[in-house]
Design a protein around this ligand. Structure first.
Ligand code: IMP
Length: 430
């Protein structure tokens, strides 16, 4: 019985929704292990579209257990409103199918404000965050002053914790020219939502240990992408969590031996939202073509995504840092009709050829892509369901991608429709 981790192998927005949906149908338990409501996963089930940011994708399917692990940062108001929104769509959501780790960190309004203040400030580095308070909440977790989900169970312990938190935040706010926050306001913010959260709170490591022993199939649902990882991504233009597959274990309290297969969702070209280096970015008609054909607008913030050629150097690196067993290649059809398609096979850095993304910010900004060029194809690949449906040039492109990144294509997605998929290997039957 295989447990599968799904991660984005680029900068997020690789099309995880469709693949996670397909896999979640086969899984018993679906676990989020990092990030928060900065994610944007759209699921289409029986023609109905569900937009999820915080809840695991399993929540929209009956008979599945969805779990928010300790590695996630949880905005309690976002949690409650997402549960209400999905419930209004006719989905049953309750403690029988949704649990949240007692040791997960809470995102408060002061985190959201701080995130926005920093982004809007004229000094400092603008990251282009989703302004959901993700980074500031993780900072408090690591700073050992966070308020956690379990604290909602025992409101009498909150005042001391709030005091400790504000001893850090109020001086920070004063420095930013902002009014101080009263402890009572934070208490009210939390106590007003506590009752709605309580039924879902659980000891997730114990719950998942039990599920694993019963032989249940677990799908670990990653958010964002490996290049946004706080350690392995394009620092500082990253999110504040570990997005690589190893986090699936620590982010819910299972050991690494509970992971059997890592599926890297990989777009047939590259996109990124927000600031930061992007060696193969095309600020020209190619970028416009990819953005328009690929409908590259963010689902959470509506921002236009930056677009460029496929970067095999980056994905090869991700295959290593996430231990990717196979990839799901998405949006191949967006490349239909191009005369020429380029793939970045290496970089030039200060006159030298290198085959990896250097760790330093300065070097990441200086690398120049070295491309291999292929003729494109005129036929449509949209909706292809077998290799025989693909033009020969498209097959060549896919084979070259596999060779360059050092991982096989397990699935090839040729449209947003779930049946428009070429299945080579089912990760759950590895
Ligand atoms: P944060 O996660 O809101 O702190 O944003 C940090 C960086 O991660 C920014 O560049 C965001 O655009 C990016 N980011 C966060 N969540 C997503 C996502 O779900 N898809 C793509 N990029 C994301």
């Amino acid at each position: 019985m295989a447990n599968v981790v799904v991660v984005g192998s680029q900068w997020g927005d690789e099309g995880k929704g469709k693949i996670v949906d397909w896999l979640s149908e086969q899984a018993d338990v679906i676990v989020r292990f990092q990030g928060g409501h900065n994610a944007g996963h759209t699921l289409v089930i029986d023609g109905v579209s569900y937009k999820l940011s915080l809840l695991p994708s399993g929540v929209a399917r009956s008979g599945k257990l969805s779990v928010i692990g300790n590695g996630v940062v949880v905005d309690p108001h976002a949690f409650v409103s997402e549960v209400e929104r999905i419930t209004a769509q006719g989905v049953t959501v309750g403690p029988e199918n949704l649990r949240i780790a007692e040791n997960a960190t809470l995102i408060l309004s002061l985190h959201r404000e701080l995130d926005a203040l920093r982004e809007e400030s004229s000094t400092g580095t603008r990251i282009g965050t989703t302004k959901r308070g993700i980074g500031p909440a993780y900072e408090d977790k690591v700073g050992r002053r966070a308020i956690r989900v379990m604290d909602l169970k025992n409101l009498s312990t909150l005042p001391a914790k709030i005091e400790r938190l504000l001893a850090h935040h109020n001086p920070l706010r004063r420095g930013l020219g902002q009014p101080e926050i009263l402890a009572e306001a934070i208490f009210e913010e939390l106590s007003s939502v506590a009752d709605k959260m309580l039924p879902y709170i659980d000891s997730v490591w114990r719950l998942l240990d039990g599920q694993r022993r019963e032989g249940k199939r677990i799908l670990f649902e990653g958010a964002q992408g490996a290049l946004l990882d706080i350690d392995h991504g394009t620092y500082p233009f990253v999110t504040s969590s570990n997005t690589v597959a190893g986090q699936a274990a620590t982010g819910c309290g299972l050991g690494p031996n509970s992971i059997d297969y890592v599926l890297g969702i990989t777009k047939a070209y590259t996109t990124r939202v927000g600031e930061g280096p992007f060696p193969t970015e095309q600020k020209n008609e190619v970028g416009e073509f990819l953005g328009t054909r690929g409908r590259e607008f963010g689902t959470v913030t509506g921002r236009q995504r930056r677009c460029g050629w496929f970067d095999a150097v980056l994905v090869r690196q991700t295959v290593c840092t996430s231990g990717i067993s196979g990839i799901a290649l998405t949006k191949l059809d967006v490349l239909d009709g191009l005369d020429e398609i380029k793939i970045c096979v290496a970089y030039e850095l200060d006159g030298e050829r290198i085959d990896y993304l250097p760790a330093s910010q300065g070097a990441q900004e200086r690398v120049k892509p070295i491309y291999e060029s292929l003729p494109g194809w005129k036929e449509s690949t949209e909706g292809a369901r077998s290799w025989a449906d693909l033009p020969a040039q498209a097959v060549k492109y896919v084979r070259l991608v596999e060779e360059l990144i050092g991982a096989p294509v397990a699935l090839l997605s040729t449209s947003p429709e779930r049946d428009d998929t070429i299945l080579v290997q089912n990760p759950f039957q590895d």
